[in-house]
Design a protein around this ligand. Structure first.
Ligand code: HXC
Length: 514
């Protein structure tokens, strides 16, 4: 056969294989509002940049009617391509082929591209759309998951790992996304659960839909398993491209520098925070008043809204923001917000991203629910994450900094590099009302006019402690600054800290309060 004919034959083979599970299965996929695996990869990558590997892989399972069964690519597409010109590795499970179920060769393809990604130090994006372990392949399928989980763990903190849930992700399969850094979900498309509705009905006799059990909203708002929520697959791939543009592509690099741009003028930092400490406001307006072009990529926007985390740029350089959100629960720390912040801080630290903390909180959320949910253990994660982080750490106290919250939000005592406070900041063990009630209890009780005495004592406590100068007098606060100077101070601090070298005692690893 002449070379031209062989090339023609190759093209025919590739065309057949790239058609996945065939017309009918593709139609079913489309009817559910889903793209095919290859369409998804094309939507993610720069046009024409995808290079596919292992297209000709075949399974060799024999049991339960598998012998001779043709499963193109064994139900998964792997390869490399570029996003904004930068290389990334990708796999996309193809639900049109045996429900994207994971057999031995399917898993080997995934682990091959994971090894490429780790060895080449490039980000990995995994698109999940699968019925889980291929039931006919038994322990080989389980082995495949184990191999993937191990690699997820090895790659953690070395390359960014992104999981996209675009269909079912059931049973043990959910643990690969759970081990990765960012999980993207899409309304009505994503379904993630350990035991599905059928099992729940059989074992517990309870009826629940897949959506209610583990749909996109559930994981974005309730469980905290998802970091980004989109209303369409196209929007989701746009979000991933955006995220990849602001984070470093491995742990030896810094995020690509952008052209510095001033924040948009509509975000006026001097007016963003009400002086009255009891009046709420949206801390994202403060973030947008500090960041270049007021651009902010918020992570876990729908979960634990009392803390806001995400990436922005200052003078062109990526920073991670951790900010109390007075709009939700007055910005208190609780179990979920501590988990959310701790994980984000660790990502920033692993990937050389300086952390800017904006502080305004009355402390930890009191109550039996929180105590019994383990707020001690969860809250400790945040202390651990801030303490162990060696990237530049800058804190700005906008208003309240009370109690454990003051310490937890990257205080000087956890080795913040720079701590700035606005003139109306209040730094104390607790709010003046609570403090006066405790330390002057006897005096108030015995006074002729207890209410007047309480007010007088509250005022006295406020005058003494509810300001930034007591902390500044001890050097816990480096500078008291006007709100309008915040961007300038933070930008300068980032410049000064750019070459920061901080070491921690040598050890195999610490034991964070997981
Ligand atoms: C083999 C599977 C499969 C699986 C789906 N298929 N899941 N084949 N193993 N796990 C096949 C179906 O037989 C069907 O083949 C095709 O994929 C499409 O599936 P449908 O059921 O027609 O699709 P749909 O109605 O959309 O339902 C999707 C689904 C359902 C909800 C995911 O297929 C399902 O419940 N699958 C089983 C889920 C499950 O229990 N998986 C095992 C989890 S345990 P044909 O030939 O008819 O087109 C697990 C352990 C991992 O994963 C542990 C790791 C630690």
């Amino acid at each position: 056969m002449a070379l031209d004919d062989k090339i023609l034959e190759l093209e025919e083979k590739k065309a057949r294989l790239s058609h996945g599970g065939g017309e009918k299965a593709i139609e079913k996929q489309k009817a559910l509002g889903k793209m095919t695996a290859r369409e998804r990869i094309d939507a993610l990558l720069d046009e024409g940049s995808f290079h596919e590997y292992d297209m000709f892989v075949e399974h060799d399972a024999r049991e339960f009617g598998m012998q001779g069964k043709v499963l193109p690519g064994d139900g998964v597409v792997i390869g490399t391509g570029t996003v904004a010109g930068n290389p990334i590795a990708v796999f996309a499970q193809d639900f049109t082929v045996a429900g994207g179920s994971l057999g031995l060769m399917h898993a080997r393809k995934i682990t091959k591209i994971m090894d490429y990604a780790l060895n080449m130090r490039i980000p990995l994006v995994g698109i999940n759309d699968s019925g889980g372990a291929r039931i006919q392949e038994g322990v080989n399928a389980l082995a495949g998951y184990g191999e993937i989980f191990f690699r997820n763990t090895m790659a953690s903190g070395v390359i960014p790992q992104i999981s996209v849930i675009l269909g079912p992700c059931a049973g043990g399969a959910v643990y690969s996304p759970a081990l990765t850094d960012f999980v993207f979900v899409v309304e009505n498309v994503s379904k993630m659960f350990i035991t599905g509705p059928e099992v729940i009905k059989t074992v517990l006799g309870e009826e629940i839909s897949m959506e209610e059990l583990g749909g996109a909203r559930v994981h974005s708002e309730l469980t905290g398993n998802a970091h980004f929520y989109a209303s369409s697959e196209a929007e989701c791939f746009g979000q991933i491209r955006k995220l990849l543009s602001v984070i470093p592509h491995n742990n030896t690099e810094k995020a690509a520098k952008a052209v510095p741009k001033a924040p948009q003028q509509k975000y006026d930092i001097s007016k963003a925070v009400p002086v009255d400490p009891s009046v709420p406001y949206d801390v994202r307006d403060v973030i947008r008043a500090i960041t270049d072009e007021s651009d902010f990529v918020e992570v876990m926007e729908l979960f634990a809204g009392n803390i806001v985390v995400g990436f922005g740029r200052i003078e062109g350089e990526t920073v991670g923001f951790v900010a109390n959100q007075p709009l939700v629960l007055a910005g208190v720390l609780d179990c979920d917000s501590s988990d959310k912040a701790a994980r984000f801080i660790r990502f920033c630290d692993a990937f050389n991203i300086p952390i800017v903390t904006l502080e305004d909180l009355p402390g930890y959320l009191p109550g039996i629910d929180q105590e019994h949910a383990g707020v001690i253990r969860h809250g400790a994660k945040m202390l651990y994450a801030y303490s162990e982080a060696t990237v530049p750490k800058i804190t700005v106290i906008l208003r309240k900094a009370y109690g454990g919250g003051y310490i937890a939000m990257n205080s000087r005592h956890l080795q913040a590099d720079f701590v700035f406070a606005w003139p109306n900041a209040e730094i104390a063990v607790m709010g003046p009302e609570g403090a006066a009630n405790i330390i002057f209890r006897k005096e108030i009780k015995e006074a002729e006019d207890p209410a007047a005495m309480r007010q007088a004592r509250i005022q006295e406590y406020k005058d003494k402690f509810a300001n930034p100068y007591v902390a500044a007098a001890k050097g816990y606060v480096d500078a008291v600054i006007a709100p309008a100077d915040t961007r300038g101070y933070v930008a300068h601090a980032l410049k000064v800290a750019a070459g920061k070298i901080a070491s921690r005692p040598a050890k195999k690893h610490g034991i964070p309060p997981f």
